[in-house]
Design a protein around this ligand. Structure first.
Ligand code: URA
Length: 434
């Protein structure tokens, strides 16, 4: 059967269901440059507006997996035993630096984490953009390096590269065509990478709230269920936590600034919400990987998680001395938002903070654009904390001063100081498995 892009786009534009053959053709043709970005953008917008059936999502995901190779680490051994391969992925949030402390905790508990990580998408940050703010750190690992690190250290954090290359191209296009916030596109993007990367078990963090791509709890729950099913269908033991993303996680949002906060967690401190979510995900990962009798919290107390992080950064070319001395880039131009009155910090809108940080230069407006390592926002007062009149509430950092007014404008109306604390919400809302 022969296909052409305008006909496929028209089917979805008019609310039809794409056939398996049409999906296979589109993904293959786009991966190999036989469909133009403009045509794929139109199809993505049609999917965004019309959605996809469960069958279409499953086929789209399978086609994205088949667009590249699927790694297999089941032959690897440590101390004569197969590796406990397990990974985590978040659907994207603001201040979501959890992967950075989480991976070394799971390493210290005896897991092996083959983490194909992403770059920033829309208003959300990406683990690779954050880690690349460590001088020398590279995520461009060869397959041989990934295998070696998994055996010797218990983790590798790498750019997906040739894994699901269709996702790499579609992800970059979605980022600049306002087509990120789509359940079928998020589910297939996350799961194609995670299935192709060779993990045997997976824990997903499906975000709920203004800073998430899908903001209702029902949609986030549906996304989590869809992803868990996709994982299990492809032989990956998968479960998900539904977690709150109304306010940014922690007190920092950006690139280097989030790495520094992650170090605080690894040193046994750090913001309570970051520690709580990191440990909840670590416990799920250890459980789904069959690592019995381990205590993730102990690895923070006894410093073993920090040791593993140092090993991982050094193995991937990062300058550990700069990292530990916190000599990471910080934007040279600063603006401070101060409290107009005393009282209690109200809710902080995660989406607005994410957009402000993106405007400061931490994210992209064009595919492949260089991001600023030093761009970010420090949040001095979290919701519910007491505020004194005139004290700093937010500090904005960038290397390009002309970005400051637009970033500050994003924060307008995104927070308040009042007399009463805002309602509290649980951070971990639910757990979803099959
Ligand atoms: N993470 C991904 O890998 N893809 C998305 O679409 C959203 C979050």
């Amino acid at each position: 059967m022969s296909f052409d892009a305008p006909t496929v786009i028209r089917v979805k534009r008019d609310g039809g269901v794409l056939s398996d053959e049409a999906i296979d053709w589109v993904i293959d043709a786009y991966t190999h440059g036989r469909i133009a970005d403009a045509q794929m953008s139109a199809l993505l917008m049609a999917i965004f507006l019309r959605g996809m059936t469960t069958g279409e999502i499953a086929r789209w995901t399978a086609a994205m997996i088949d667009s590249g190779e699927r790694l297999d680490f089941t032959d690897l051994r440590r101390d004569g035993r197969p590796l406990a391969l397990v990974d985590k992925h978040s659907t994207g949030g603001v201040g979501d630096k959890i992967t950075i402390p989480l991976v070394p905790i799971v390493m210290a508990c005896g897991g092996a984490v083959p983490q194909a990580a992403g770059r920033g998408l829309g208003h959300t940050g990406g683990t690779l953009d954050k880690l690349e703010s460590i001088p020398g750190f590279t995520a461009e690992l060869t397959k041989a390096q990934i295998r070696q690190q998994l055996c010797d250290l218990g983790a590798a954090i790498f750019a997906a590269g040739e894994l699901a290359p269709a996702d790499r191209k579609i992800y970059a296009l979605r980022d600049v065509t306002a087509t990120t916030e789509s359940l079928p596109l998020i589910a297939s993007s996350v799961m194609s990478k995670k299935i192709a990367e060779g993990t045997r078990a997976l824990v997903l963090d499906s975000k709920v709230g203004s800073g998430a791509f899908l903001d209702t709890e029902a949609e986030s729950r549906e996304l989590a269920r869809t992803m868990v099913e996709l994982g299990e269908e492809h032989g990956v033991r998968t479960r998900a936590l539904l977690t709150d993303m109304h306010a940014p996680l922690g007190r920092t949002v950006g690139n280097a600034i989030e790495v520094v906060e992650s170090l605080e967690v690894l040193e046994g401190g750090g913001p309570g919400d970051v520690v709580e979510l990191t440990l909840a995900l670590a416990r799920e990962m250890c459980d789904v990987a069959g690592l019995d009798g381990v205590d993730p919290a102990q690895t923070l107390r006894d410093g073993t998680a920090m040791d593993r992080f140092r090993d991982l950064v050094a193995a991937q070319g990062g300058d550990v001395d700069s990292l530990l001395a916190e000599r990471l880039p910080i934007g040279t131009h600063i603006e401070t938002v101060r409290a107009p009155r005393g009282g209690t910090m109200g809710d902080i809108d995660a989406m607005a903070v994410g957009l402000a940080v993106w405007r400061l230069g931490a994210g992209r407006t064009m595919p492949g654009e260089q991001v600023q390592a030093g761009a970010g926002i420090r949040i001095h007062r979290k919701p519910g904390e007491p505020v004194a009149a005139g004290e700093p509430l937010f500090t904005l950092y960038t290397d390009t001063p002309q970005r400051l007014p637009a970033a500050a404008a994003e924060l307008d109306g995104a927070w308040s100081v009042g007399d009463e604390p805002p309602p509290t919400r649980p951070l971990i809302i639910d757990r979803i498995s099959m």
